[in-house]
Design a protein around this ligand. Structure first.
Ligand SMILES: Nc1ncnc2c1ncn2[C@@H]1O[C@H](COP(=O)(O)OP(=O)(O)OP(=O)(O)O)[C@@H](O)[C@H]1O
Ligand SMILES: [Mg+2]
Length: 299
């Protein structure tokens, strides 16, 4: 006979490490239901988010109030602002966030953050025109504005899934939630030291991210490259290399640049919710992207 067991409620660090399958009668889910209902009610009555949010009000509303635990795929053509978008979400999150960077060096990624926080043009932070003490002051101010944001640097070495999970647990500390960003899933998964083909590497990587999201009960913002056929049009199936991106995801968010920067420095970008397990899909939200300040806003 198969043993019926109920899984422990998440521990104080909010992790569920039991990887065994579970056989459940509905009654045995009541404990979990109660914990969930209490958390939902507390968030509702105190008007606080139930988990990490994007801080873009229209998007958070469409996604059910917060980023649900699981994968949230963000895809766009090169240079449209995937990194800027996800860094802003991680940096403004009301909970700790771990940003795994697999392409951009941590210092370059960091530079984008004071651009947004201190409204200093990114180009000026790079040009050398600032006195170093002033430049460090801007960086210090920006670091203080996001004390719970940490970078994982996988630009020189592959970050194995268990490293990523342990790093996320450390960053989370005793907070109730954590957000993980992987920039990008393609560059991360393809750096894995195996000789499997790209398709298998991507599927293994996506499975590992889903497992981490489940173990830590947290959302993972997964940046995806687009395939050639859907490069400019986007769409649900625009992630390159594997359909597991759209099948396994809680949501799929597509960024499309409609109009380049005007005199005000703002480019028009449409965010389309291609898939949404927690609300209606197909919604198109107009956004403005200021590239020089690395800032997305709702018009
Ligand atoms: N110094 C700058 N001044 C103005 N705009 C800039 C500057 N640096 C970057 N940008 C803007 O930011 C965009 C790049 O944003 P971001 O790196 O987030 O895009 P991405 O989608 O992540 O790109 P990739 O596909 O290379 O990862 C550029 O296309 C440009 O519009
Ligand atoms: Mg990028």
């Amino acid at each position: 006979m198969v043993e019926t067991h109920s899984r422990e409620a998440p521990g104080t660090n909010g992790t569920v490490d039991d990887e065994r399958p579970r056989l459940l009668r509905l009654k045995s889910l009541l404990n979990e239901w109660e914990l969930d209902a209490e958390a939902a009610h507390l968030a509702y009555t105190t008007n606080t988010p139930r988990g990490p949010i994007t801080n873009l009000k229209g998007l958070d509303r469409e996604l059910g109030g917060a980023l649900a635990p699981g994968l949230h795929v963000v895809h766009a053509s090169p240079g449209v602002g995937k990194t800027a978008f996800c860094l802003q979400v991680a940096a403004t999150s009301p909970f700790p966030a771990l940003y795994l960077t697999c392409e951009m060096a941590p210092l370059e990624l960091f530079r984008r953050h004071p651009a947004r926080v201190t409204s200093t043009y990114l180009g000026r932070l790079k040009s050398g025109e600032f006195d170093p003490a002033y430049s460090v002051g801007l960086a210090r101010q920006a670091a203080a504005a996001a004390p719970r944001l940490a970078f994982g640097d996988a630009t020189h070495a592959f970050a194995p899934p268990d490293w990523l999970q342990k790093a996320a647990v450390a960053v989370k500390g005793d907070a109730s939630h954590i957000l993980i960003v992987v920039d990008s899933v393609h560059s991360w998964a393809e750096a894995a030291p195996t000789d499997v083909d790209e398709y298998t590497a991507l599927n293994d990587g996506l499975a590992a991210l889903r497992r981490i999201a489940r173990n830590l009960i947290c959302p993972v913002l997964a940046i995806a490259e687009r395939n050639r056929a859907k490069m400019s049009a986007g769409g649900l199936d625009a992630s390159a290399g594997s359909r597991r991106f759209e099948y396994g995801a809680e949501s799929v968010l597509a960024l499309n640049r409609e109009k380049d920067e005007g005199a005000d420095g703002e480019a028009k970008v449409t965010l389309t919710i291609e898939k949404n397990r927690n609300g209606a899909a197909g919604k198109r939200l107009p956004l403005l992207f200021n590239g020089a300040l690395q800032r997305f806003t709702e018009p």
